[in-house]
Design a protein around this ligand. Structure first.
Ligand code: ADP
Ligand code: F6P
Length: 288
């Protein structure tokens, strides 16, 4: 059986372990270099040539990823389709956008296996997407290493975390760090309430933590306003791409192996196309 694998969209910690597991368990798997862009261009090499074993415990994606809006154009899509059809099965690692691409390939006759890999944890139909745990850990690491300095001045610190339009990272970090306030959606932007909370924290001789989901406010303007309204010194920290580049946690390494094992079993047993999902705490297959 000829297998092809690609990574699309934002990389996520754990992807390299998935690729290493694939490389270990199956002989002669090919990999697309650079996601859907690479599939259009026919940029395909043996997976082993990317040496995934060497990088299995590191974040990133040894076979490279891409964001490729031009994949949606018929001319490009048909080129990609032609390259995919040289294989018995195409394994696609990515988030919601990449899943749409996987569905279109499937609709056009490519046997497809989709693996949810995005730090955002927003893939429809799956309780978990690979990389989320490591991203949350990266945020907590940042909060833990910034707050001692804030506490020395009883300042408030606002931490902006990723997630695109999904609040999963923000909520998980806020909960783990006992944040004083979380702004995860537009309605949470209640200045009077936030100012009251951080003023009280200062009165109690303490710093305060606010977790903010990205794409909601301009953080610098937000913090200046908050400082003015509350009278408390406010600083901010945009956690950024350490969330994607963070060393995968043991949870994500284990999940990567599990996703790979379930995917390989499904590939060997049947001829169907699947999304591999976490459902009620178990890794399972869903027909695409
Ligand atoms: P993610 O997969 O992490 O959600 P993106 O939303 O950036 O990341 O999507 C990754 C890629 O998936 C896009 O650059 C594009 O190539 C492809 N894609 C996104 N939406 C569609 C769609 N509706 N149809 C086909 N391909 C899509
Ligand atoms: O989808 C993962 C993610 O990290 C989002 O949380 C974020 O909004 C986006 O990708 C950033 O993408 P990039 O830095 O690749 O442009």
């Amino acid at each position: 059986m000829k297998l092809l694998v690609l990574v699309s969209g934002g990389d996520a910690p754990g992807i390299n372990m998935f690729l290493a597991e694939l490389n270990k368990k199956v002989k002669n798997v090919d990999a697309v270099e650079g996601g859907y862009r690479g599939l259009i261009d026919g940029n395909i090499k043996p997976l082993a040539s990317f040496e995934p074993q060497k990088y299995k415990t590191q974040a990133g994606a040894v076979i490279k990823s891409s964001r490729c809006p031009e994949f949606k154009d018929d001319k490009n899509f048909n080129k990609a389709l032609k390259n995919a059809k040289n294989y018995d099965c195409l394994i696609i690692l990515g988030g919601n956008g990449s899943y749409k691409g996987a569905e279109r390939l499937f609709d056009n006759g490519v046997r497809t296996i989709f693996i949810p890999t995005t730090i955002d944890n927003d893939v429809e139909g799956s309780e978990y997407s690979l990389g989320f745990h490591s991203a949350v850990k990266a945020c907590c690491f940042t909060v833990e290493n910034v707050m001692p300095s804030m506490e020395a001045f009883n300042r408030c610190c606002v931490f902006e975390v990723m997630g695109r339009n999904c609040d999963a990272i923000a909520q998980a970090v806020a909960s783990a760090m006992q944040a004083d306030y979380v702004i995860a959606k537009e309605e949470d932007e209640n200045f009077a309430k936030i100012a009251k909370i951080i003023r009280q924290r200062q009165k109690d001789n303490h710093s305060s933590i606010i977790v903010l989901r990205e794409n909601l406010v301009n953080i610098s303007e937000f913090c200046m306003d908050l400082q003015e309204k509350s009278g408390v010194e406010v600083r901010y920290n945009i956690v950024g791409h350490i969330q994607r580049g963070f060393k995968p946690t043991s949870v994500d390494l284990k999940m990567a192996k599990k996703f790979a094992d379930v995917a390989l079993k499904a590939i060997k047993k049947t001829h169907n196309s699947y999304a591999i999902v976490m459902d009620d705490g178990r890794v399972n297959v869903h027909l695409i």
